[in-house]
Every structure is written in structure tokens, then in C-alpha cells.
Write a protein that binds this ligand. Structure first.
Ligand code: COA
Length: 185
């Protein structure tokens, strides 16, 4: 089997990313889809072969990257990472994409974010988890708010996109805020 269900969700699981041709083709397709790639600073690059996916396959030591895989049929639908993991200050960032359009807007993103938060707080013993998102990414912002994040900062006119500058938002959630949400569920 190509995947290893390490972090179990209800409808999908998170597996270490496997470097095989079939998955590489999917990732290359997604990195050429503007709706995904423009949110990741990948749209201004050429991603044409597995060699251009080093950032995905060979994450640095302070990063863990997982494939989001549907339980039914073991279908790869996206990727989620927890990165810049700082064990001294107990903080990190996360990043996510649901690459397959037909699987967006179905709650997978929110569920995957909550799964990685649970892993970050309860397994890695983190205290604060952050993310950045472009101000024009309404879907992303809605998803992160639903998962428990709140805006904590904003870099004005930071990202150049389609000829205009857009703000970059920082969103964060503390371990105790995540706990409170868990008990309220
Ligand atoms: C952003 C992303 C991860 C969200 O995951 P998702 O599975 O599509 O989102 P969900 O289905 O969990 O939606 C969560 C909430 O956001 C809302 N939402 C989703 N897409 C939206 C959109 N385009 N505009 C406005 N709201 C949107 C949903 O309605 C839902 O709220 P609700 O339950 O109250 O209706 C996913 O859409 C994606 O990967 N997009 C492309 C790449 C990207 O933007 N990555 C993030 C970079 S920071």
C-alpha cells in the first residue's frame, strides 16, 4: 500500500507523503491549477516534473507533511503540513490544500485542519499554532475560522497577485482555545 493511515479522521486519514509517479502527476496538476497554486506562491514557478516537488517530498527537519487520503478507495485529495515546529517555544505553522476541486467545500479542509491541530497540541505538545492566508482567500479564511483560528495580524499589501497587492493575514489558535472548542463540540 502506498499510504499509511497515521492520523485517523472520520472520512479520511493523514498519511506520510509517498513519492510515486501517480501522486506526482496529481501534485503537478494541482500546482498548475491557479485556484490552488496562487495561494501558495507556486503559480509564478514552473512545476513540470517530480524534480520540482522537492519542497513536498523532502521537507526540512522542522516540518511534517501529510497526504490527505479518503478512506473510501484510498483517494489522494490534498496535503497538509505542520512546519516551523519550534519545540522550545512550542509553536508552529500549518498549511493545507485540497487539490481536487470536486472535494472542496465539503468540510474536508476544516476536518483536516482540526486533525492536525489535535496532533500538534496533543502529540507534539505545542502551545500556539499559526497560519498565514491571503486576504482574498475567502474559502481559506472561512475554513480556518470554523476550525477555531482567529486573525492575529495582517501585513498590508504583501502579496502581488494579478497585478494588485493583497494583504497577508496571520491567524492563530492557542492550545487552551482548541481545548475549549473540543469540549463545546
Ligand atoms: C482553503 C481550503 C483548504 C478549504 O477547505 P474546504 O474543504 O474547501 O473547506 P470546507 O468545506 O471545510 O469549508 C469550510 C467553510 O468555508 C466555507 N467556504 C469554503 N469555500 C469557500 C469559498 N470559496 N468562499 C466562501 N466560503 C467558503 C464553507 O462554506 C464552510 O463554511 P460553512 O460550513 O459554514 O458552510 C480548500 O478550499 C483549498 O485547498 N483551496 C485551495 C488552496 C488554498 O486556498 N489553500 C489554503 C492556502 S492558505
Amino acid at each position: 500500500m502506498r499510504y499509511f493511515p497515521k492520523i485517523a479522521g472520520e472520512r479520511f486519514y493523514l498519511s506520510p507523503v509517498s513519492a510515486n509517479d501517480e501522486d506526482a502527476e496529481k501534485y503537478i496538476g494541482w500546482m498548475n491549477d491557479k485556484t490552488v497554486a496562487a495561494m501558495f506562491a507556486q503559480y509564478n514557478r514552473v512545476v513540470a516534473s517530480a524534480d520540482d516537488l522537492e519542497w513536498l517530498y523532502k521537507p526540512p527537519g522542522d516540518m511534517q507533511r501529510y497526504a490527505v487520503v479518503l478512506r473510501e478507495g484510498d483517494v489522494l485529495i490534498g496535503s497538509i503540513s505542520i512546519h516551523n515546529i519550534d519545540h522550545l517555544n512550542r509553536n508552529a505553522f500549518i498549511g493545507i490544500f485540497i487539490g481536487e476541486e470536486e472535494y472542496r467545500g465539503k468540510g474536508y479542509g476544516t476536518e483536516a485542519v482540526r486533525l492536525i491541530l489535535n496532533y500538534g497540541f496533543k502529540t507534539l505538545n505545542l502551545h500556539h499554532i499559526m497560519l498565514t492566508v491571503h486576504a482574498d482567500n475567502y474559502g481559506g479564511i472561512a475554513c480556518y475560522k470554523k476550525a477555531g483560528f482567529r486573525e492575529v495580524g495582517r501585513l498590508s499589501e504583501w502579496v502581488f497577485k494579478d497585478g494588485v497587492y493583497v494583504d497577508k493575514l496571520y491567524m492563530g489558535i492557542l492550545a487552551r482555545e482548541f481545548e475549549e472548542m473540543e469540549t463545546a463540540y
